[in-house]
Design a protein around this ligand. Structure first.
Ligand code: TGC
Ligand code: FAD
Length: 390
């Protein structure tokens, strides 16, 4: 009945509830029907498929863990992970849109916002009526967001925001932006900027070879008046944005494995069908080594994210555990994508198969939400007690 092959070498499905499996089936069906047929053409043309925004809402991809009273689905973190995994089987860029909306826009409003802000924004974000983006990274401050220079001043009944953010997913079409900026005392605060505010523009970033079906842009603030009620009242300091990243990184830990699985499925099927020297290439030891290592690393990573999901549901997952899983899943996926592409020979470089697109997408996934190096250093700090960033 499965619409994609779903590698489950260690019978991990037995650890999921019927509800989890039902959710997976729904999302998988949607991805197969709505994403897979159109995604390659959009990626080739570097165009974001806007028509998917409503469908993502309908399958519950925006803020699945947000309680129903604010328009969310009130699901657990295992369900959230499964949803991200199925979407990323389709494309990392589409998963990015869902990650940003749920973990980086809805989550901060839910966790740090006022009751009025939650009622005003969350239901509309959950239904896809409005789309948000998350501005943390700046041209001169990526891995070290604490050194940001975007800032705001108190101007009586409003704030005045100045600065620029770069590499912002969804920026070119987002209705609102969660912007992290320093107040006059250098404290990092979260502000909600809305499209149409005077002095706020969102130029698109062109020429990407990766995540081509996702829209990326800048957020430029030139003396933008932000109403006082648009500040997130319940958080100050870099731990505000980092707390959101925990949510998104968790989703990526699951999501990247979706891309890995799609590459593995594609390569396995191809290896069984493609014949050279009178035999399917799957009969050659070198190709078996690649495929056997792929399923081994997928299986190990599945166990890791499943356990992480259990800890997250119990509110026991540490940021360092999330970093380890994000790093491991992306490494797993990018290695599999590179090997899978070789199994397809020349066909592997074409858009007739999804592998090269996944491979190039993963070059963004390994960099955003904390680079591969930064996550290693987070593990290093956690196990040695020695900070090696600075
Ligand atoms: P540091 O001195 O280590 O800590 C400052 C305070 O923050 C707390 N903290 C965290 N809190 C919650 N969650 C976490 N993950 C946290 N990490 C640290 C920490 O406990 C401390 O709290 P307190 O109460 O003592 O003040 O902070 P630092 O500035 O030295 O940062 C360390 C570092 C390098 C790990 C951090 O800056 C980092 O993670 N850098 C990477 C930046 C990053 O990931 N950017 C992502 C931008 S968003 C994005 O890429 C979206 S892509 C989305 C998509 O399209 O899918
Ligand atoms: P840098 O920080 O300049 O890093 C360059 C290299 O130096 C990396 O290899 C890094 O690992 C290494 N390095 C840095 N510091 C250290 C250190 N202390 N020790 C050892 N090595 C180090 N950001 C947002 O805020 N919102 C978004 O929606 C968003 N979407 C994105 C979408 C895409 C497609 C991309 C590519 C990025 C996106 N980002 C977003 C930005 C992303 O989070 C940053 O690119 C990332 O955090 C790295 O920052 P940087 O690019 O400035 O690299």
């Amino acid at each position: 009945s499965d619409l994609f092959e779903s590698p489950d070498y260690y019978l991990l499905d037995e650890l999921l509830t019927d509800e989890h499996k039902l959710i997976r089936q729904t999302v998988r069906k949607w991805v197969k029907k709505e994403v897979s047929p159109i995604i390659e053409a959009h990626a080739q043309k570097a165009r974001f498929p806007k028509q998917l925004l409503k469908g993502l809402a309908e399958i519950g991809a925006y803020g699945p863990t947000i309680p129903a009273e604010y328009g969310g689905a009130g699901l657990d973190y295992m369900a959230y992970g499964i949803i991200m995994q199925e979407i990323e089987r389709g494309d990392s860029g589409i998963r990015s849109t869902a990650s940003v909306q749920g973990s980086l826009v809805m989550y901060p409003i839910y966790a740090y916002g006022s009751e009025e802000q939650k009622r005003k924004y969350l239901p509309k974000l959950a239904s896809g009526e409005i789309i948000g983006c998350f501005g943390l990274t700046e041209p001169d401050h990526g891995s070290d967001p604490g050194s940001m220079t975007t800032n705001f001043k108190d101007a009586g009944d409003h704030y005045i925001l100045n600065g620029a953010k770069m590499w912002i997913s969804n920026a070119p079409f987002a209705d609102i932006a969660i912007v992290w900026a320093k107040d006059e005392n250098g404290k990092i605060r979260g502000l909600i900027a809305e499209r149409g505010m005077e002095g706020f523009s969102t130029p698109e970033t062109h020429g990407k070879w990766s995540l081509r079906a996702s829209a990326t842009g800048e957020l430029v603030f030139d003396n933008v008046k932000i109403p006082k009620e648009n500040i997130l009242p319940n958080i100050a300091g870099i731990k505000g944005p980092l707390g959101c990243l925990n949510q998104a990184r968790y989703g990526i830990a699951w999501g990247a494995l979706g891309a890995a699985m799609d590459c593995y499925d594609t390569a396995l099927r191809y290896a069984k069908e493609r014949k050279q020297f009178g035999k399917p290439i799957a009969a050659f030891q070198l190709q078996q080594k690649k495929l056997a290592e792929m399923i081994t690393s997928i299986t190990k990573a599945q166990l890791l994210v499943w356990r992480l999901g259990t800890l997250k549901n119990e509110d026991r997952a540490t940021p360092a555990q999330i970093s380890m899983a994000k790093r491991n899943s992306v490494e797993t996926a990018i290695t599999i994508a590179r090997e899978a592409r070789q199994i397809l020979g020349g066909m592997g470089i074409t858009g007739d198969y999804p592998i090269m697109r996944h491979m190039m997408n993963l070059e963004s996934v390994i960099t955003y939400e904390g680079t591969h190096d930064i996550h290693l250093l987070i593990t290093g700090l956690d196990i040695t007690g020695q900070e090696a960033f600075k």
